[in-house]
Write a protein that binds this ligand. Structure first.
Ligand code: SF4
Length: 337
């Protein structure tokens, strides 16, 4: 990359990077970039004499949208080409109140190797820079209009690229930019204990969702090799710390795999695992992905699982299966050259 990528720089960082004599110019450029402007000529409050120099030094956007697939007014998946020729995918979800959520990737691929996840079969090719995370959002906004919510749940494990995710959150949250509240941003992790503790102690504090998958330790280790090094007890300790520091509820994501995580013992162990955490359970019936040896439970079994948790007094939600038909649902993102 020969030019300075600008999408994830804060106003004072732009001032410094472009060696600007006047600090307010950094704010002006930041506002334009966060509006999604990529043409220096459209930045009308900048002096024309400076624009050629800016254009030669810095790049408002380094990635481009290559293709788009979608289910009208429900979900859309975009394929993005990065500056080095690699590809990632991002998703826009629209709920029944027409609220839009951007599902952003944090890595090209993922090293965690969860055996039920298509992205996990790619391995991790590289971390995304903060600007590449922010640019996904800008590309989605340019195509679909303003977006109110963000979830770091696309390709990759965000807590293994925490520094860059932090920078992206700071940009999304900035009052001169999109000014998105931390309550409207969610980091979804497979349970990286070091990262959860780091986030708890040093912030920022968006909502936290954890792919617990099951509270049966042996099954979890089999499904999520990355969890082998961390016991459920250690994970619970990290979540307690996050809750103590943030006072926020945590979401535990349970992926229902027929005969694997939808058993009586999964329910019993989950009910035992949660207290005294204040956590809601998000049930995600598995999204079929070609080549993976699992099945989604029948709807009656899903209802049974859900009602057993509700009867035990847990707060339970079930994710509507958005994006299935375009392979944009959780665990289905996958790119090849
Ligand atoms: S489920 Fe998440 S952490 Fe696990 S392999 Fe897939 S993308 Fe990575």
């Amino acid at each position: 990359m020969s030019k300075i990528p600008l999408a994830a720089l804060l106003p004072h960082e732009i001032t410094k990077a472009l060696n600007l004599a006047q600090e307010f110019r950094g704010k002006q450029i930041f506002k334009w970039i966060q509006k999604g402007t990529i043409d220096w000529n459209e930045m009308t409050d900048l002096p024309g004499s400076l624009k050629p120099e800016f254009a030669s030094k810095a790049d408002p956007r380094t990635s481009v949208m290559e293709s788009l697939t979608g289910e009208k007014d429900i979900s859309y998946k975009i394929r993005i080409k990065l500056f080095d020729g690699l590809y990632i995918e991002s998703v826009l979800l629209v709920d029944d109140q027409e609220r839009k959520t951007a599902c952003l990737s944090s890595q090209v691929g993922c090293s965690m190797g969860c055996v039920f996840c298509k992205t996990g079969t790619m391995g991790c090719i590289r971390n995304l820079g903060a600007h590449e995370i922010v640019e996904q959002f800008h590309i989605l906004v340019s195509r679909f209009g303003e977006i109110s919510h963000i979830v770091f749940m696309g390709m990759g494990e965000p807590l293994l690229n925490l520094d860059e995710v932090r920078k992206a959150i700071a940009v999304f949250h900035h009052p001169l930019g999109k000014n998105i509240s931390l309550r409207k941003m969610t980091i979804s992790t497979c349970g990286i204990i070091r990262g959860i503790k780091d986030l708890a102690l040093h912030g920022p504090h968006p909502r936290l969702a954890v792919s617990l998958i099951t509270a049966d330790e042996e099954t979890r280790k089999r499904l999520m090799p990355c969890s082998a090094a961390n016991s459920l007890e250690e994970l619970k300790g990290a979540l307690s710390l996050y809750q103590k520091e943030t006072k926020k509820w945590i979401t535990l994501e349970i992926v229902l795999l027929k005969g694997v995580t939808d058993r009586e013992e999964d329910i019993r162990k989950l009910i035992n695992f949660i207290p005294p955490l204040r956590a809601s359970v998000n049930i995600i019936p598995w999204n079929p992905a070609p080549g993976l040896p699992f099945k989604r439970p029948e709807s009656l079994r899903i209802q049974w699982f859900r009602s057993r948790l509700t009867e035990a007094g847990l707060v339970v939600t079930q994710r509507y299966q958005k994006g299935n038909s375009i392979d944009a649902a959780c665990g289905q993102l996958f790119v090849t050259e």
